[in-house]
Ligand binder design. Structure first.
Ligand SMILES: Cc1ncc(COP(=O)(O)O)c(C=O)c1O
Length: 423
């Protein structure tokens, strides 16, 4: 494939014809317009599309429930007690971790709190949390509530990273210098891998290294990274990471989330944790002893027996990811998002500007467009015509061509409709 883009529709069609991943598009359901036409869906950064195989995976577990009742925990074709492990290997591969460093459980914000219970260990000298001012609000609420819980005032204990005045993205060198300057007072660095508004990807290995050099605990929110960018989380060495599975991972609305705990904490007997029976040593779990004995590794942070139907839905999608491979997806993603950028540049107008970094290594699939005047109505009008990105107040339109199911022709048609509306 070539990086020499052309503006014609024929070029988009030719790119699709040459795309080795094109056939995966047919494995997903697309919403349709009232005329029955497939929508242009560039919203996988918010909710991924449904793989057509999901129904079958879920129905198998419904059938097992009907057939076995409670016995399904041990005697279903895929017994439910260890069912979550069907996702372990693929999850570890996806984020570049060892199998016992990952677990699928709960939802993202719940996992974030569980991780902070264990890994936010403030002392009088070192109590601050470093976060982006523009972090997803749930992360902001979670860290502020943890500060309150420990008796600290966010006004003095929360350090917030911001872009420089007049800029939209945080500079890597500003992160580094803040950590170097304030590191001795920071207990926890909690940063997202890709910012949800700007689409900026952060230098995760650099942040983990800079934080650890200063003795800080480092955690990542990978909600906008998992299934979007290749990761080598074990090697990069953060203490923990959390992510959701309903965006690029196509697990379905509210689907079960993921959690990584670095192996250096796998026993972590000294760490406090909020415990539940599913984190208890599995060989003796059903002895129903009242003394908690955590399992080794990330599984020791589980609380409850997991929702099998959600796990089944996620398996359908993860099987596709596993078959395709993140490296192949990323190669197409760079081409697809680069093509979107190229076409938008062709239609450049004072009515919108790109706020996502232009360097492919500083972004994933998403491009964010700033439309300071009337942008929300443009976004609404597009949605009414079956063209989906999404709007983030006050002025940002986010669009993400997803390499697993979007085509170059989707991108071409999106830019046609978008610029026609702007005109
Ligand atoms: C970066 C980020 N963090 C946290 C959340 C909250 O996720 P949940 O509602 O699954 O806890 C989201 C949701 O979109 C998000 O994008």
């Amino acid at each position: 494939m070539t990086h020499q883009y052309e503006a014609s529709e024929d070029f988009a069609i030719a790119m699709d014809n040459r795309d080795p991943l094109a056939r995966y598009r047919e494995q997903f359901y697309f919403p349709c317009t009232t005329d029955g036409e497939r929508c242009i869906y560039l919203c996988g950064h918010s909710l991924g599309l449904q793989p057509k195989t999901v129904r079958d995976y879920v129905e198998q577990e419904l059938a097992a429930w009907a057939e076995f009742g409670v016995e399904g925990h041990f005697h279903a074709r895929r017994p439910w007690v260890p069912y979550h492990r069907l996702l372990t290997e693929q999850t570890a591969t996806l984020i570049g971790a060892k199998a016992d460093e990952v677990v699928v459980m709960n939802s993202l914000t719940v996992n974030l709190h569980l991780m902070m219970v264990s890994f936010y260990r403030p002392t009088p000298q070192r109590r601050k949390i470093l976060i982006e001012r523009g972090a997803f609000p749930s992360d902001q609420y979670a860290v502020k509530s943890q500060l309150h819980f420990h008796g600290f005032d966010p006004a003095s204990s929360l350090l917030e990273l911001s872009p420089r005045p007049g800029e939209f993205c945080v500079r890597d060198e500003d992160i580094e210098s803040l950590i170097a300057k304030e590191g001795n007072s920071i207990a926890l660095i909690l940063l997202g891998g890709v910012n949800y508004v700007t689409g900026q990807a952060f230098d995760l290995p650099g942040i983990a290294e800079a934080g650890h050099r200063k003795g800080c605990v480092v955690g990542f929110d990978l909600a906008h990274v998992a299934g979007n960018l290749p990761l080598r989380v074990h090697e990069w060495g953060p203490d923990f990471a959390v992510w959701c599975s309903y965006k690029y991972l196509n697990g379905g609305p509210g689907c079960i989330a993921g959690c990584f705990v670095h192996e250096r904490h796998s026993r972590a007997a000294e760490l406090p944790r909020f415990a539940g029976w599913w984190g208890h040593e599995e060989n003796i779990r059903f002895q129903m002893d009242s003394e908690f004995q955590p399992m080794c590794g990330a599984e020791g942070w589980q609380l409850s027996n997991p929702p099998i139907l959600e796990l089944a839905a996620l398996r359908a999608s993860m099987d596709i990811f596993h078959e395709v491979g993140m490296e192949h997806l990323r190669a197409k993603s760079k081409l697809l998002t680069g093509y979107l950028e190229f076409l938008l540049d062709q239609r450049s107008s004072p009515k919108f500007s790109l706020i996502t970094p232009r360097e492919p290594n500083r972004r994933g699939a998403q491009l964010s467009l700033r439309l300071p005047h009337g942008g929300h109505s443009v976004c609404r009008a597009l949605a009414n015509a079956g063209v989906f990105g999404d709007w983030r107040e006050p002025d940002t339109f986010r669009v993400a061509p997803v390499p697993l199911y979007n085509s170059f022709h989707d991108v071409y048609r999106f830019v046609q409709r978008f610029s026609a509306l702007l005109d």
